[in-house]
Write a protein that binds this ligand. Structure first.
Ligand code: BG6
Length: 513
């Protein structure tokens, strides 16, 4: 009897591991960075945890002229290097037997015909049940070609069978609202909406999901989660790395499209949304979408949308190049590597509470956090000097790397005086739990194979997010013409001064994470 038939088991009970049905996972662009660093290790980790079904097949498709043996070797190295769980030869061997590589370019009809035939053969030889998930780990400009090939060959079509076909699309989903709508239309022509999984890997992070547990499983926070008690929210996603060898993708994309449009706005949505009636995909996405649709940009956008580009500097004792000196970046590029904006959420809950979002590369360290800054107490029955060191109460969700939650509040300094100073109370994942968290891609890949779309933003969310980002991009494009607006910041510093000035204008300062 399957769990869904067991009358004693609540179908929403997710404590027991769920194993997907037999299926093929086809990765387009399998020789790329993402596949090697994240996807292959994630597949290995799932295999190692016993979460892949018998009848699972991994099919890599890319331009390179590799045979199965070469691919296996490279995939093995990738798994060894990137896996979260221990590397075990026997697990790898089993996976390797179910791994196949097909070379071909995206406009090569014959290669796609072979791929289609291979999927049919694998069903016969490995019992994949005709189920397939197609992962588009490829540059966005190649999406249309690949989608059309899938449509042409009929490999995306499951109408005549009981099997499922799903597509996973990596961000950025379009480069503005118009292109996102076009792309959505294209994807919808080939796959039905419920079979499209748009990946925002931040939603796969354990700490991001914990935001929902924190807010909706406790009595403590929800009553004060509103403009009566909250002064402002600061969401920071800082990285110490530069763009490395990703110029091809990053140049012309920039921090706002790369991170703000997706990761930061999703974090905002989860922070600001109302309680969903339950955690199924529709209910969750509906609440997030309401928030994204209620976001208002400031009237004086030029004062509240700051962009910067890293200059050379020092990081962790090492001298690092400026953005313009990075490999393949054209002279005079105005691509931003830092973006900070103020957004407002026009709802009763959030009226008057600014949300400050910032992201940047080559900042002092890698840290992502959501800082909820509370209002000051309306009256303090202490002398002014006693509370000189008292700041605002803060609740900080530490998304990474030191996963946990910090609560900052005032406490009496021991001694005969009534001096009050800020202290921190910490919850740390590492100390509270013995098991370590799955990687975001591990969790999300499993969800794709299980057909659980809760942690994948839907079409409308993507479009609402572009509605927020497009005017900012447009403003910056105009500023380019006037040679204004792009501020340099030294690598190893917390972004351009203009970002500090933006908060100072509102009488606030950035948290130092
Ligand atoms: C990706 C961005 O989505 O997220 C990269 O394209 C960024 O530019 C990366 O480096 C950061 O991910 P994480 O999980 O390391 O915070």
């Amino acid at each position: 009897m399957s769990s869904s038939q067991n009358p004693l088991r609540d179908p929403r009970d997710r404590r027991l591991p769920r194993v997907p049905e037999p299926c093929a996972l086809v990765v387009f662009g399998v020789t790329g960075d993402l596949a090697r660093k994240k996807l292959i290790p994630a597949v290995y980790d799932l295999a190692n945890r016993g979460l892949l079904p018998p009848g699972f097949v991994l099919l890599g498709f890319a331009r390179r002229d590799w045979g199965d043996g070469d691919f296996e070797q490279i995939a093995k190295e990738a798994a060894k290097k990137g896996a979260r769980t221990e590397f075990r030869e026997e697990v790898w061997q089993r996976l390797a037997e179910a791994t196949k590589f097909l070379p071909g370019s995206f406009d090569d009809d014959a290669a796609f015909d072979t791929l289609h035939q291979t999927l049919l053969d694998l069903d016969a030889s490995h019992g994949t049940g005709g189920n397939a998930a197609f992962y588009l780990s490829i540059p966005p400009n190649a999406f249309p070609t690949v989608l059309k090939q899938m449509e042409r060959t009929g490999m995306a079509d499951n109408h005549a069978t009981q099997s499922w076909r799903r597509v996973v699309v990596e961000k950025p989903f379009g480069h503005d609202l118009t292109s996102a709508i076009e792309l959505n239309k294209l994807v919808d022509d080939v796959f039905s909406a419920k079979d499209v999984f748009r990946i925002d890997h931040y939603l796969g992070k354990e700490t991001v999901q914990n935001l929902m547990a924190l807010r909706f499983a406790n009595e403590l926070f929800e009553p004060i989660w509103n403009s009566h008690h909250i002064d402002s929210v600061q969401i920071t996603m800082a990285e110490d790395v530069g763009i490395g060898t990703r110029a091809g993708f990053y140049e012309g994309t920039g921090a706002a499209r790369d991170v703000l449009q997706n990761h930061l706005l999703q974090l905002l949505a989860l922070t600001a949304m109302d309680e969903p009636v339950n955690f199924d995909a529709d209910s969750l996405r509906t609440e997030k979408r309401k928030v994204l649709g209620a976001i208002k940009l400031p009237k004086e956008l030029a004062s509240y949308a700051v962009r910067g580009q890293y200059d050379q500097g020092w990081l962790a004792g090492e001298r690092v190049k400026g953005f313009l000196a990075e490999q393949d970046i054209p002279a005079g590029s105005t691509t931003e590597t830092y973006a900070a904006v103020r957004l407002d959420v026009d709802t009763r809950r959030w009226a008057g509470v600014p949300f400050y979002l910032r992201t940047g590369k080559r900042l002092p360290r890698r840290v992502t956090e959501i800082g909820i800054i509370f209002k000051k107490a309306p009256f303090l029955p202490f002398s002014k000097s006693d509370t000189e060191e008292l700041g605002s109460n803060q609740l900080v969700v530490r998304v990474q790397p030191d996963e946990g939650v910090t609560l900052r509040f005032g406490s009496k300094v021991p001694g005969t005086t009534m001096e009050v100073r800020d202290v921190s109370m910490d919850f740390s994942y590492g100390e509270a739990f013995t098991e370590n968290s799955p990687e975001a891609y591990e969790r999300l890949l499993l969800d794709v194979l299980l057909g659980d779309a809760s942690l994948f933003p839907q079409n409308e969310e993507v479009e609402e997010s572009w509605r927020v980002v497009d005017p900012i991009e447009e403003l910056w494009r105009q500023q380019d013409g006037e040679a204004a607006g792009l501020a340099l910041y030294r690598a190893g510093e917390w972004g351009p001064k203009a970002a500090d000035e933006m908060l100072a204008r509102d009488g606030r300062t950035w948290r130092r994470p």
